[in-house]
Design a protein around this ligand. Structure first.
Ligand SMILES: [Zn+2]
Length: 201
């Protein structure tokens, strides 16, 4: 046994994170092993509080502090109520907020449709989105799912469900790197995609 079990265990845990291969997982683990005590105490505490001290916004499903039922954007008095932007992940909200080009409200779907991975409409916050639109006051839903097969499938499905309710359904303009994530798009590309959004038909 070349690597002691507790060391291997952390390597394996790191390697399960997105974008971290076995090499990086080993580097991170050995860095913690060698480094000062501070980080190896701070890290587990931050991880424990990550889930315990955060929650989901009851309206848009963005991240909130655990004791706040609604997120900062939902409680903001000066955002437009008539335009909703549907995104896959909370990180996409942050990416769009950085562009400062959107003044409406959000709806976080928590993923995208993927028949291959067995993710259907019931696994996402789609019923909740339909309910929000049915309650009225919404004129346009901008579908800002990723430019991927799953993102496209989700957009098509949302259009089918939402258009009969009498709202405009638009999609971010092409120009975002295909297969890439919204969160990695640079601000100007994202802003252009947002302002050039098109009616879905
Ligand atoms: Zn919210």
């Amino acid at each position: 046994m070349l690597i002691p079990e507790p060391v291997q265990r952390l390597i394996d845990a790191f390697a399960r994170l997105p974008g971290i291969g076995p090499k990086t997982a080993s580097r991170l683990t050995f860095h913690l092993l060698r480094g000062t005590q501070d980080l190896s105490y701070e890290l587990p505490q931050a991880l424990a509080e990550l889930k315990a001290n955060t929650g989901e916004c009851e309206q848009c499903f963005n991240i909130t502090m655990a004791d706040e039922p609604l997120c900062q954007i939902c409680v903001h008095p000066q955002r437009e109520d008539s335009v909703l932007c549907a995104v896959e992940e909370p990180l996409d909200v942050i990416a769009l907020e950085r562009t400062a080009g959107f003044k409406g409200r959000y709806h976080v779907l928590h993923g995208a449709l993927s028949p291959i991975e067995g993710i259907g409409p019931d696994d996402l916050k789609i019923a909740e989105l339909i309910e929000r639109v049915k309650r009225g006051g919404i004129v346009e839903v901008i579908v800002a799912t990723n430019p991927s097969m799953e993102g496209d499938a989700t957009a098509m499905y949302l259009r089918q469900q939402l258009q009969p309710l009498g709202v405009r359904v638009t999609r971010l303009a092409r120009g975002l790197p295909v297969g890439g994530d919204l969160e990695y798009a640079d601000q100007s590309t994202l802003l252009r995609a947002l302002s050039g959004r098109q009616e879905m038909d």
